[in-house]
Design a binder for this molecule. Structure first.
Ligand code: GLU
Length: 513
């Protein structure tokens, strides 16, 4: 193992968005590429936003995606606990250190005080009140109150928060691997709360302490965290940890498939596309949705697709297994600008992955789809079905529509084609075809083909006159895989039955028109 240690640090505030999976993926790839460690840390300090089931969902999603974690809440490790709620005790101590060193201060303003201040500022035309170097002097905190008053408030157990004291008139530099040097003016930064009135740390404090104590070498996360990084850099300085500060890499936003803006949860329902890895059962139907898995995606295809949302290998190669991605990945090839979530491309990858698998391999993915429809075929039969249909589907779910007629009666016929192809004068000839087929003993596609050809010769009929009739009778449609293979899978008995039903239906249709 190298010293490369990266963490994926989601908050269990709901199911993991696909952007989160991409963050996890890039962390994983970076770790594996450098023989490092991939850590899962659950950032659950905000009790008000905690959603039961979210942590399990995160773990299951990573598992499904094949992103194996080296340390985490479910498997342990040398730097645990890996759930922030279980590390609570240590954060308060560090917040106190900030106060002691002058990098932090107690703030006694109540939520009502803050609201009132915000309102008053609004009236003065200032709509973005910031608790910071310009305003902290007007607030109720240990910088404005006397030492005695502060002590009194503390003795009375008055609720307080601890805020970070941002230095004045300074340029704070963040060195980002992807974006280069990004600078922030300290006067624009607010004195963020580090420790809340309930004694819980905020994300910022817990995140820095944990990254430090878990020896994180690189922080790879979404672009939305870039502005907070200025605060984080100051926190490393405040604690005297600058020398071991991790390197930062902020990943580009994921953009909607079309139009402007960031891909959002709502785009999933609106566009009928998956924006989560797995399905989720929320309290209401609006809160419930299907994920890539339920849309019939191969997880490897989803991963291959996601790798390209923001990264490219610098070559023409598009198909990468997870191991190949680990070799090829490099942060230098991650883009700065937003990356489009091109769902058509996701489907393209999935189609490719399905085609590349054998029927035998596909059985486990496709079986549940047929079982849901009440069919329990043997593995052997299902593998044959998969082999026959795999080039005609985009998702696992499509196997049903593409091949339901191998399991159930034909549900509808393409009438227009029947009208065109079913000639009453050929009726007796087709009766003969029935007999030809009836006489096949070994019902293989090869034998069926030979027999049908013999029938055509003897009856002076061409492919264009016979095959459409067979297709329509067997499946109701002109589309589909090789008809002789279809017939073999149906078996002689069903084939004869369908010819009979088909002929009767064709005649009736002809008589009507
Ligand atoms: N808990 C943060 C999140 O939910 C983690 C951000 C980070 O990686 O620092 O995204």
């Amino acid at each position: 193992m190298s010293n490369i240690r990266v963490r994926f640090a989601p908050s269990p505030t709901g199911p993991l968005h696909i952007g989160g999976v991409r963050t996890a993926l890039y962390n994983y790839l970076f770790a594996k590429k450098h023989n490092g460690t991939f850590i899962l840390r659950i950032e659950d300090t905000d009790q008000t936003r905690y959603v039961p089931g979210a942590e399990d969902y995160i773990i299951e999603s990573l598992k499904w995606a094949g992103l194996t974690i080296d340390e985490g809440p479910n498997i342990g490790g040398d730097y645990g606990p890996y759930r922030q709620s279980e590390r609570k005790a240590m954060y308060g101590e560090f917040a106190q250190k900030l106060v002691n060193s002058g990098w932090g201060y107690y703030a006694f303003d109540t939520p009502e005080d803050l609201d009132a201040k915000r309102e008053a500022e609004k009236e003065k035309g200032n709509h973005s009140f910031k608790y910071g170097s310009k305003t902290r002097g007007e607030m109720k905190n240990s910088l404005t109150l006397s030492e005695k008053d502060v002590q009194e408030l503390l003795d009375k157990e008055t609720p307080y928060t601890i805020r970070l004291k941002i230095p004045e008139n300074e340029t704070v530099l963040v060195n980002d691997i992807i974006r280069g040097e990004v600078s922030f003016q300290s006067n624009e930064l607010d004195d963020k709360v580090m420790l809340k009135a309930d004694g819980m740390p905020t994300y910022h404090l817990a995140n820095i302490i944990d990254d430090y104590s878990m020896k994180i070498s690189h922080v790879i996360r979404g672009e939305e965290w870039l502005p907070s990084t200025a605060h984080h850099v100051l926190l490393y300085r405040a604690f005297g940890w600058e020398a071991v500060m991790p390197k930062f890499a902020h990943l580009p936003l994921i953009l909607k498939p079309t139009g402007k803006g960031k891909l959002s949860k709502r785009d999933g329902a609106k566009l009928g596309i998956p924006v989560f890895p797995l399905g989720w059962e929320g309290a209401t139907s609006e809160d419930s949705f299907k994920g890539f898995r339920e849309y019939g995606f191969d997880s490897a295809a989803m991963i291959n697709f996601l790798a390209f949302v923001g990264w490219n290998p610098g070559t023409e190669q598009e198909i990468f297994s997870l191991d190949e991605l680990c070799d090829a990945f490099s942060i230098d090839h991650v883009g700065k600008s937003g990356a489009r979530f091109d769902y058509d491309k996701a489907k393209w990858f999935n189609q490719h992955y399905i085609m590349a698998k054998s029927g035998v391999e596909l059985v486990k993915n496709v079986r549940p789809i047929f079982e849901e429809k009440g069919h329990h075929p043997s593995d052997d039969f299902l593998a044959k079905v998969c082999d026959l249909l795999k080039e005609r589907v985009v998702s696992f779910n499509d196997f049903w529509d593409a091949g339901y007629y191998l399991f159930e009666d034909v549900q509808s016929y393409e009438e227009k084609m029947i009208r065109k192809k079913w000639k009453l004068e050929n009726q007796t000839k087709f009766d003969a075809l029935y007999e030809f087929i009836e006489n096949i003993t070994d019902f293989t596609s090869e034998n069926i083909e030979v027999t049908v050809k013999k029938f055509m010769e003897e009856n002076e009929l061409g492919f264009g006159q016979v095959l459409p009739i067979l297709r329509l009778a067997m499946s109701g449609t002109m589309k589909g895989p090789g008809i002789f293979e279809v017939m073999e899978l149906l078996g002689k008995e069903k084939v004869l039955e369908r010819l009979k039903t088909g002929y009767a239906y064709f005649n009736e249709l002809k008589a009507r028109s």
